[in-house]
Design a protein around this ligand. Sequence first.
Ligand code: DAH
Length: 339
Amino acid sequence: MDENEMIAEEARAAAERAADSKELYEAKMQFLGRQGRVTALMKRMKEIAQEMRPAFGKQVNALREKLEEMFSQHEEHMKEREMAKKLAAEQVDVTMPGRKHGAGALHPVTRVKNELIDIFAGMGFEVFEGPEIENDYYNFTALNTPADHPARDMQDTFYLTDEFLLRTQTSAGQIRLMEKKKPPIKMLSPGRVFRSDDDATHSPMFHQMEGLVVDKGITLCDLQGMLDEFARTMFSATSKTRLRPSYFPFTEPSVEVDVSCHICGGKGCSLCKGTGWIEVLGAGMVNRHVLENCGVDPDEYTGFAFGMGIERIAMLKYGINNIKLLTENDVRFLEQFKE
Ligand code: DAH
């Protein structure tokens, strides 16, 4: 009897000590499991005198029932406690403000590229994209720059093999398009170009926008008219252009195109170094050799071409003083271009 009382007391204490369902189950098994204390008591039946056995059996069974009842009550409480704990841990505060995901913004180079396409598409140009890995013929030879031509030194070229290179200029697209398409042509060719060149205003990879117009009776006036329209839309409503003689192998005559300074309006400031003008692109009348190389008769057709650096336009337009800012992708810099 006393032993039963003691076992019951110990079982109650073990159940109370249990911190979770697992510990409670282990405690229960210690008493009611197959190796448990109550089962062990039952096994002692053999050692007991025959006439005492029914009474002994009854007492052990009563103890078993009592403990089963006690453990099942604890189990129920434990379940409730654990559920309450789980609910508290998973509680959601529906009044808490949500996390904000700021909208991104287009990169300034992408913005200027899109704007250029908008401007020239409005004048009937179609976009044509050539490959970034070019062969020597399209990048140089067909553009009237054969192997021994000194103008090859104007651009520091990354050669991949003797024949293949990373294009140094989108001008290669002129040839590729003219081989495919007969005039009239109005082409705009944006893309990445590569040169072994690196300082505050030059980067080994940058973007150019090439333009090409070929038709009967095209003159330098057409070129300047279209570039005026470009300058007015890109920089300011009062922008003007100025053509200066220059040299490119693929154009004759060749010009350097300046735009009146959009900061001082032409009076002279630090951006235009006091001149009132900013150089923005190279252009000219397509050299007759280039037309001939593409099977276009230069006595029937004439054309103009131009090429500009998109980074340069973006830097001028937004007052960016280092080209590296355009490739570092510092969010603090890029955020300033949100609309
Ligand atoms: N390809 C020249 C460069 O990268 C830019 C250029 C000049 C393109 C005159 C032209 C052009 O189409 O007519 O420096």
